[in-house]
Design a binder for this molecule. Structure first.
Ligand code: URP
Ligand code: ZN
Ligand code: ZN
Ligand code: ZN
Length: 497
């Protein structure tokens, strides 16, 4: 055989190009891109007829929480590495980057990483990497950053400006940024002012306002734009250390990011489907129903959604990630309902675990919305994630001989008719989706990981194996040459302040 798999009759889309061509796959790699139809008669073990549907690099979801301990209040991550990555492939993803959480009582980030490896190893359906989640940046932890990069293949970390169990003080943030800069680690920042939202929460509770919808009042947009501005200021203070603002929801924060980018600062940003498809009204439902849409930052309003779409189109946001952070609803012990008591039948919003399931719906929702050019869709759902997080060009592209044969194949336009998202069609271990009943027009038909079909929607669905997904060691970020600029600037120097 010349090929293990040939995908014929597809319209291939990368972040750069759209053209009809056939894809020849051998030994898990893209082997050949050839004129449309020319590989139909090739000697191949398996042939897929894409029937004019789009063929793209597989989705890369670089913001995923799986099997994390209860750190965000009550509740436990509903998805394990097994169920979360199973859901990922059914939604067109071939790689995820999940968090390896360091808890405050742990002084080592390497131990945190090792603990997370144990949870993931042998359990994943797609390829995976880890970001360190740093909550205790003590001297020992900072001294381990070098090893994260040089031997562990972990080149990014996340810090929090909120959540008691995770929040860093400003001086701690600066220490992390400095150590990250010295080791070429990209720092992801959760920008919300935790002290202010705690104060607002107390004010709301003092007035008897406990319902899920008040989660939104406790975290108004200014908390996000203030913290975003502070993070950008710290990046510039530490000699322009690259940072990435995660899950941006507030247009004022996006504008501040855009402004910093325009002045040449290495500021990157991510947004998520919940800020494109949900609004604060989704939290205002009878009883406790609104808890299904409680995440942080909270969904904003319809005009804000339009501005966030604009930010994706104009490049303010490099990536669209899910921030999959699922909690079960009908689980009074471990899920969203942990906060319901006889005294508080609608719970207390401050105890609702923050986060939504969305690993499987990210690609179908964004594709179906038809708001991004196809090349842009590939860029923000795959290619930029690969570049930002040091996976490119092995992932996120279709370069013969170089890229892994990671593909998502969509149905030809119109073939599926009108579809609706329902929780019953999803493969996560969560008892709801915040997108129940939403109309969509396409769904990944095949997901192919290193040349093997792992999702076949018209066949048996999940056909990949648990454990087929491999840990991928990542290199440093290459998006916009960020570390070259840092090296040009030279080390952080107090004399220059
Ligand atoms: O509500 C959210 N986003 N939960 C997930 C944790 C985080 O901050 O990303
Ligand atoms: Zn966050
Ligand atoms: Zn998150
Ligand atoms: Zn350097």
């Amino acid at each position: 055989y010349d090929y293990d798999l040939v995908v014929t009759n597809g319209v291939c889309v990368t972040a750069a190009d759209i053209a009809a061509y056939d894809v020849g796959i051998k030994d898990g790699k893209i082997a050949l891109l050839a004129p449309a139809g020319s590989l139909k008669g090739a000697k191949t073990k398996q042939l897929i007829d894409a029937e004019g549907g789009y063929v793209m690099p597989g989705g890369i979801d670089c913001h995923v929480h799986l099997q994390e301990p209860s750190m965000f209040g009550k509740g436990y991550s509903a998805d394990s590495f097994e169920t979360g990555t199973r859901s990922a492939i059914a939604g067109g993803n071939t790689t995820i980057v999940a968090f390896a959480p360091q808890q405050k009582n742990l002084d080592s980030v390497l131990t945190a990483l090792e603990n997370t490896h144990k949870l993931a190893k042998g359990n994943c359906y797609c390829d995976y990497g880890f970001h360190l989640l740093v909550s205790n940046p003590c001297a020992k932890a900072l001294s381990e950053f070098k090893q994260l990069v040089t031997t562990e293949g972990v080149t990014s970390l996340k810090i929090y400006m909120t959540y008691a169990a995770l929040q860093l003080r400003d001086n701690e943030i600066l220490s992390v940024l400095l150590a990250a800069r010295q080791n070429h680690i990209l720092t992801m920042v959760h920008a919300e002012n935790g002290d202010v939202l705690d104060w607002l929460t107390d004010q709301l509770e003092a007035q008897g306002k406990f319902a899920p919808k008040y989660h939104s009042n406790s975290r108004p947009p200014v908390l996000e734009s203030e913290a975003t501005n502070r993070a950008i200021a710290f990046s510039s203070l530490i000699a322009n250390t690259p940072i990435l603002l995660v899950h941006v929801s507030d247009p004022a924060a996006a504008l501040r990011i855009r402004q910093a980018q325009t002045t040449g600062q290495p500021i990157f940003a991510e947004t998520c489907p919940q800020y494109l498809f949900l609004t604060r009204d989704d939290l205002d439902k009878p009883g406790f129903e609104g808890a299904k849409c409680v995440c942080s930052p909270p969904p904003r309003n319809a005009e804000d959604q339009l501005k966030i779409w604009t930010g994706l189109k104009n490049g303010t946001f490099s990536v669209l990630s899910s921030d999959h952070c699922p909690f079960r609803f009908e689980d009074s012990e471990r899920g969203k309902k942990t906060c319901i008591t006889p005294e508080h039948p609608v719970g207390k919003f401050k105890y609702i675990p923050n986060g939504l399931p969305g690993i499987e719906t990210r690609m179908p929702l964004a594709f179906s919305a038809n708001k991004l050019a196809l090349t842009k869709f590939v860029e923000v759902s795959s290619t930029n994630a690969a570049k930002l997080y040091g996976l490119y060009p092995r992932k996120g592209s279709l370069i013969p001989g170089v890229s892994d044969a990671d593909l998502v194949v969509w149905y030809p336009d119109g073939k599926l008719g009108d579809l609706e998202v329902t929780n019953s069609m999803l493969h996560h271990d969560v008892d709801y989706t915040p997108y129940e009943g939403r109309g969509i027009r396409n769904w990944p038909r095949y997901t192919i990981l290193r040349g093997k079909v792992v999702w076949d929607r018209d066949g048996e669905g999940i056909v990949g194996g648990k454990g087929y997904g491999q840990f991928v060691k990542r290199s440093q970020s290459i998006l916009n040459g960020i570390w070259e600029e840092v090296d040009e600037e030279g080390p952080f120097d107090l004399e220059r302040l």
